[in-house]
Design a protein around this ligand. Sequence first.
Ligand code: MIC
Ligand code: MG
Length: 302
Amino acid sequence: MLLHTTTTPAERRRTFREQLASGRLLRMPGAINPLSARLIQDTGFDAAYLSGAVLAADLGLPDIGLTTSTEIAARAQQTTRVTDLPVLIDADTGFGEPMNAARTVQLLEDAGLAGLHLEDQVNPKRCGHLDGKTVTPREEMARRIRAAADARRDPDFLLMARTDARSVEGLDAAIDRAKAYVDAGADAIFPEALADVTEYEAFREAIDVPLLANLTEFGKTPLLHTATLESLGYNIALYPVTLLRIAMGAVEDGLRTIAAEGTQESLLPRMQTRSRLYELLGYDAYAAFDSSVFDFTLPPGT
Ligand SMILES: C[C@](O)(C(=O)O)[C@H](CC(=O)O)C(=O)O
Ligand SMILES: [Mg+2]
């Protein structure tokens, strides 16, 4: 793979549709940057995710709807360029009125994504696992979805509706909303912040389209095993902020170690090596293209 992926957005959208139709559980970690999306592909995951919480945190911002559709589209394009995997993006509330949601869909289609999800919170939105959320009237969200569905130019671009209603209006209302969102044109449903396995079951029973399970840490939902989700008939196991939490934990530990020990020596066994990084970046493909780019050998152990 030289410079970028050779898989087209259309191919990846078809793959994503086929994966979802297969009935198999897809495992979908959230990338923290384009390079980590390469690693997600390299370690055998099915698809990658771009989290609103991660994109905001990356800019040093809380996840309250401050980022813009053009900002997330630019980041998405950098990511989709370097992976062959289908990538699903968190489009928050669609960034405004239904007309804004429609523009968001087109921007994110152009960014090479396989699909997006829109949620039924009002602005300023918040993490779905926090208390004090407010949801829009059901009909307003249905308008948001219809506008998004009509704006699509590739019918394979996946439109997922997320409902945040479980912790606001209760489980039954959340299921009713999900049904209304499917009627409005949603291809898949993201039931946010379910409390336990019985709630997962109830959603599966009531909804015919693919379902996503959000396995975010330190939230309201148990960290269900993939085997459990498979037996429940869920389609996507999402690890939205997991890589960010792992990386930031390691970065903080590393910084404290250097400050305390005066050298990074003790951290070397925990670091990605230079050779692994070069492997991920595909240096040899560049060497094959132009031998003057990569005409050195790395000393052993680097
Ligand atoms: C999935 C989510 O929308 C995200 O932006 O990644 C967040 C995750 C989180 O804040 O833990 C959410 O669940 O609202
Ligand atoms: Mg989000």
